[in-house]
Design a protein around this ligand. Structure first.
Ligand code: ATP
Length: 355
C-alpha cells in the first residue's frame, strides 16, 4: 500500500549473531528500570548488546545529536522518558524532537488488562494508534502581542494518510475487525476535518474492516464506561496522549503497558504513558513491568521471538499467578521483588525446557 511500511527495511545492527540496540535511560525511574532490563536479559541469554547514551533534561545538544546518530546506526532503541523543562521557551521537548527527527510517525499502544490486577473492566483488549509527529506537537508557539499566544496545530494530508493506513494495515495483520478515528472535527473543522476525511478515504480501501469515528471528549467518556465497543483506534497526536493515559489508567496505571514507536526506518520502544516517575525514583517502588514489556516488544521487533516469549511469560506469571505486585497496582512488593520473581520464572522455564 502506498505510504505504508510495516517493518524496518534498513538493516539492523547485528554482529556475530548479536544485535546492538541504543539504550536511552532518561530521567526519573528510567536508569533503574534499564538496570532491571539488563539483568533479566542476562539471565535469559538475550543476544542483545546495548549502546547506552544518557540524555537527561540537562544534556547538551551534542549528546542529543550523538543519540540520534546512534539510533540511526542501530535502527532500534529502548528509551525512558526525558524530563521536559517547563517554562523554558528555548527548550523543545527532547522526547518529541527525537520522535520527529527520526520520523517515528506511528505510536502503538496495546491496552490489555491482567486478570490479577484490579481493573474496572476485565478482558480489555484495545489498540491505540497515535500520529506521533505533528498536530499540537509542532512546537510552534509565539506571543503575537503581549498577552496573546498563538500555537500552531499542524495537520497534513500526508501524515493523516500514513497513520490511517498504518491503523488499517495493523487491523488487517492482527485480525481485528474495526477501526475508529478519534477527532474534534465539529470544532476544528479544517484541521481535524482533514484528518477525518483522510481516514474515511483510506477506510474505503478496506471494506472488510468496519470503520467508525468518534469525537474525542465522547471517546474519553465511552472508554471509561463502555470500553469494549472499541477495537483499533486511530487519532492525532494530542488526543493520542490523553486517550492513551485514559486507557493505561483503565488497565492498571502507568506501570504496566508498553508503547511502540515506528517509522519507515527506525523503531523506539518505551513505557506506554511516557512518565519520568521522578517522585518514585530511587525508592525501589516503581513498577518495572511497563519497561520490561517495552523490552519484549523490542525483542519481537528484532525477530528474537523466543526470548520475548520467555520473558513475557515470566512477567505474566509474576503478575497473574505469583501475585508479586508493586504498590501502583495495589501490592506491597518492591521493584526488586518483581524483578527477582521474573528471573526465577525465567530460570524455571529454561530448566523445564519450555522454550
Ligand atoms: P513528567 O512530565 O515528569 O513525565 P508526568 O506528570 O508526566 O511527569 P509522572 O509524574 O512522571 O508523570 O508520573 C505520573 C504518576 O505515575 C506519578 O505519580 C508517578 O509516580 C507514577 N508512575 C509513573 N511511572 C510509574 C511506575 N513505573 N511505577 C509506579 N508509578 C509510576
Amino acid at each position: 500500500k502506498r505510504g505504508f511500511t510495516a517493518a524496518v527495511p534498513f538493516p539492523l545492527a547485528q554482529y556475530g549473531g548479536r544485535f546492538t540496540v541504543t539504550m536511552i535511560p532518561g530521567d526519573g525511574i528510567g536508569p533503574e528500570l534499564m538496570g532491571y532490563v539488563r539483568n533479566i536479559f542476562r539471565y535469559a541469554g538475550v543476544p542483545v548488546d546495548f549502546e547506552e547514551i544518557q540524555i537527561t533534561k540537562d544534556s547538551t545538544e551534542d549528546v542529543f545529536e550523538k543519540a540520534l546518530v546512534c539510533i540511526k546506526r542501530n535502527g532500534v532503541a529502548l528509551k525512558g522518558s526525558i524530563e521536559s523543562k517547563y517554562g523554558d521557551v528555548n527548550f523543545s521537548s527532547r522526547n518529541a524532537t527525537l520522535r520527529t527527527q527520526l520520523d517515528l510517525y506511528a505510536n502503538v499502544l496495546h491496552c490489555r488488562s491482567h486478570p490479577a490486577v484490579p481493573c474496572r473492566y476485565p478482558d480489555l483488549d484495545l489498540v491505540l494508534i497515535r500520529e506521533n509527529t505533528e498536530g499540537e506537537y509542532s512546537m510552534m508557539e509565539h506571543e503575537s502581542v503581549r498577552g496573546v499566544v498563538e500555537s500552531l496545530k499542524v495537520i497534513t494530508r500526508r501524515c493523516s494518510d500514513r497513520i490511517a493506513r498504518y491503523a488499517f494495515e495493523y487491523a488487517k495483520r492482527h485480525g481485528r475487525s474495526k477501526v475508529t478515528a478519534i477527532h474534534k472535527a465539529n470544532i476544528m473543522k479544517i484541521s481535524d476535518g482533514l484528518f477525518l476525511e483522510t481516514c474515511r478515504n483510506v477506510a474505503k480501501e478496506y471494506p472488510e474492516i468496519e470503520f467508525g469515528d468518534m469525537i474525542v471528549d465522547n471517546t474519553c467518556m465511552q472508554l471509561v464506561s463502555r470500553p469494549h465497543q472499541f477495537d483499533v483506534m486511530v487519532m492525532p497526536n494530542l488526543y493520542g496522549t490523553v486517550v492513551s493515559n485514559v486507557a493505561c489508567g483503565l488497565a492498571g496505571g502507568p506501570g504496566l503497558l508498553s508503547g511502540q514507536n515506528y517509522g519507515e526506518h527506525f523503531a523506539v520502544f518505551e513505557p506506554g504513558t511516557r512518565n519520568t516517575g521522578t517522585s518514585v525514583a530511587g525508592l525501589n517502588v516503581a513498577n518495572p513491568v511497563a519497561m520490561l514489556n517495552a523490552a519484549c516488544d523490542m525483542l519481537n521487533h528484532l525477530g528474537l521471538t523466543q526470548h520475548a516469549t520467555l520473558i513475557s511469560d515470566a512477567i505474566n506469571k509474576t503478575i497473574n499467578e505469583d501475585l508479586v505486585h508493586t504498590a501502583d497496582i495495589g501490592g506491597e512488593n518492591t521493584s526488586l521483588d518483581v524483578v527477582q520473581n521474573i528471573i526465577k520464572e525465567v530460570q524455571q522455564a529454561m530448566k523445564d525446557g519450555e522454550w
